[in-house]
Design a protein around this ligand. Structure first.
Ligand SMILES: [Zn+2]
Length: 396
């Protein structure tokens, strides 16, 4: 029989927040104690007597942990045997299983106090940067590989059960088409099974890998040809850097009126929804391109994507598009404050893409690469969008 969810109808928001904070602390404490016990079970090899050949098998099949959870806990348990201070830091929430697992191979009796202090309250990505500094990897070769075409489901079904007669013609073609940017051949690539990757290799060096379409590959080849005098080897990393430099500048110009030559603005027209370019620039710079929502406890939202211009005094209540009345908000916090200020927020909001940003104009970066990326990146991750509310402005 399914256990019903407990009812929270009579629990206040504050009590609910207190309860989850308490439960999270309990969970950290329990995890820390589990890690300590696992370290001792490992040392005594108690899993053997329980019918398991390894601590990992014991964790998965007897303790019913997921494989990922078991792996993390075993790695951290072994690190905690060497450096017991990890247990207290886990219980306090200063470090996580993931960050300790990343750091564990690099901890020594000499460096562990400094490294654990450096990893305190750091995210996985930030700890990956620390690891890249401790154990720098060489740059990777720029490579463009044609991936094998996935088999059509109908053909796969038709050939199911048949003995393989070697690679198909298509696969053979694929494997011949594997070249580096400098023309050297490389081993054939496996079928794509992993998502895009951005990983630090060393201080200020990153490995990036992703899959692109044939159209994007054609644009890359065109870019390589056009830039051959500047980038003779056609290195995709160098092309990528130049494309992103133009794209980011173009998005900044479109989204928050960034410019090296600001013109004197006409100022805010009172009662108008239009946000002058100078106001957008000033608000963006003042808020540092980050959501400026601050909780009652003083925590500022760290979101830098889906940013919108938020009227501190709502437009519907007479707030104007001035620097003093505007702040950046992520979409969630803009909606949250609108709901708080104006009551129920309409589910469907109409986006403004024209007058709010100023007169629509043709951007300078008109290659199709920029166009494609603007549509995806601008709309999904870093765009600043001012929303039109369905409310009407109250008469003064
Ligand atoms: Zn926010």
């Amino acid at each position: 029989m399914m256990t019903p969810l407990p009812s929270f109808d009579h629990v206040s928001d504050q009590d609910l927040l207190r309860e989850v904070t308490h439960l999270a602390a309990c969970e950290r404490e329990a995890t820390s104690r589990l890690i300590a016990c696992l370290a001792e079970v490992d040392a005594r090899r108690l899993y053997l007597g329980e019918g398991c050949a390894s601590l990992f098998t014991y964790c998965v099949h007897v303790l019913r942990l997921s494989e990922h959870a078991a792996y993390d806990r075993i790695e951290v348990a072994r690190a905690a045997r060497r450096f017991p201070v990890i247990l207290a830091q886990l219980a306090a929430g200063a470090v996580t299983l993931t960050t300790i697992r990343l750091l564990a191979p690099h901890l020594t009796p000499e460096n562990h106090p400094v490294l654990l202090a450096e990893a305190r309250h750091r995210s996985r990505r930030e700890v990956e940067q620390i690891v890249a500094r401790l154990h720098p990897q060489p740059d990777v070769l720029s490579v463009v590989r044609k991936l094998p075409t996935p088999p059509r489901p109908d053909l796969a079904a038709a050939t199911a059960g048949q003995v393989s007669q070697g690679p198909t013609t298509d696969q053979s073609e694929t494997r011949r088409d594997t070249v580096t940017s400098t023309g050297r051949s490389v081993p054939p690539a496996p079928a794509p099974t992993r998502p895009s990757v951005v990983a630090p290799l060393a201080p200020a060096r990153y490995k990036v890998s992703f899959t692109i379409s044939a159209d994007t590959y054609a644009k890359l080849q065109e870019g390589q040809a056009l830039l051959r005098h500047l980038i003779p080897d056609g290195d995709p990393a160098a092309i990528f850097d130049r494309a992103l430099t133009l794209l980011v500048a173009d998005c900044a110009r479109t989204k928050h009126a960034a410019t090296d030559r600001p013109k004197p603005g006409r100022g805010t027209r009172l009662g108008s929804r239009h946000i002058p370019a100078a106001v957008r620039r000033t608000v963006w710079d003042r808020d540092g391109g980050q959501c400026a929502f601050v909780s009652a406890g003083g925590r500022r939202c760290a979101e830098r994507g889906f940013l919108e211009f938020h009227h501190r005094t709502p437009y519907a209540k007479g707030g104007d598009a001035t620097v003093e009345n505007l702040e950046l908000r992520c979409r969630r916090h803009n909606g949250y404050e609108a709901e708080r200020d104006l009551g129920s927020w309409p589910a469907t909001r109409v986006r403004e893409t024209g007058p709010v940003f100023g007169t629509p104009r043709t951007t300078r970066f008109e290659t199709s690469l920029a166009h494609d990326l603007r549509q995806s990146v601008g709309a999904r991750s870093s765009g600043v969008v001012h929303t039109r509310r369905s409310t009407t402005r109250a008469s003064p």
